[in-house]
Ligand binder design. Sequence first.
Ligand SMILES: [Zn+2]
Length: 384
Amino acid sequence: MRGIFSAPSCSRRMRVIHWRHGFSLENAIICNTYKALCFPLLAYTGAKDERSTMSDISSTTRQGTVGAPIYLEGIGAHSGRYAHLVIKPAAVDTGIVFVRTDFPQQCGCIAAHRRHLSSTTLCTALTNASGACVQTVEHLLAALFLYAIDNAIIEIDSEEIPVLDGSAQPYVEALQAVGRRTQQASRRCIRVLLPIRVQQGNRVAALLPSSSGLSLEVCCDYQARNVAHQHYEATMTTETFTKEIASARTFGFLEDAEKLHAQGLAQGSSLENAVVFSDGKPLNLEGLRFSDEVVRHKMLDVLGDLALLGHPLNAHFEGKNTGHTLNAQLTAAVLEHPDCWTLTEVPLPKIAARRSVSRLKQQQLAPALSPLQGSPVAALSSCK
Ligand SMILES: [Zn+2]
């Protein structure tokens, strides 16, 4: 039995060791929980161990890449297809680039940028001009974003990033294992100068000026599904992300399962990789990782979607009932209103604006920008 009705089992879907000829347990780091195979930092020429400074590298001043290749594999939540993933170090100013290895050379390269966003149906998908697509990129991108991995080549032999346990925790463990290699180029950050806000009915997302760094305030309301209103606010550092956000799993509702399967979605979802609610209670035997796991996962998704702007952010995000479509409208609004932000080197100058502005105040400050209903977004030359 497959799909989100299926019971937990020790299936191949959770086996993420990718054994490579020539490597052994003696020269590999095995991440405890998910057994992602990471090659040790010292074996990588030029690598510099920053594991001791992981408390907040999200605002580091120099570009960085992974200290060594990371291998992961697993099933895709929506396609149900099994994929092998390799996250490789890359040169400065490469950005994050997915490479579909099952496509001819060059045709499979997809830069992780908002201009390539092609779908937001239950996940975030990117497609290049050759039609090569990669979907469910958000959890991996969120982890790279908060671990300040600016440059990486991510090879994948199928269309969907493995869902693993439904959170970003496996990526965090792998990134901690290999460390970050500092590169000799400055990072540039998007500093929001004026509120940018999009709205769809009772869904709202906004980026506001911030005095330093990135902070988020997200609330969500599934009371119609008997899940209590949840609210979470955090200043987002690498440490905060790791402790409070990364392990929050994706979620769904039992009553939606049949419909999703009929649409060809959630083919790989199960209680192993998603929290499934029925009448407000999780069906997962292990229960919830946090009492407010739903809103924390919303925050994880927001971070992954904001990462498509291609730069660290100096902003305060406020969101109510956010989803990938609304997040995409917000990033489109950012790119269509370059007058509302500037690119600046990290660290950022302190500005006079308060750290955040309440939603009510923000509505008084700036009228909502029109939701951008799937309009093509021209790539800004100032963004990667
Ligand atoms: Zn998610």
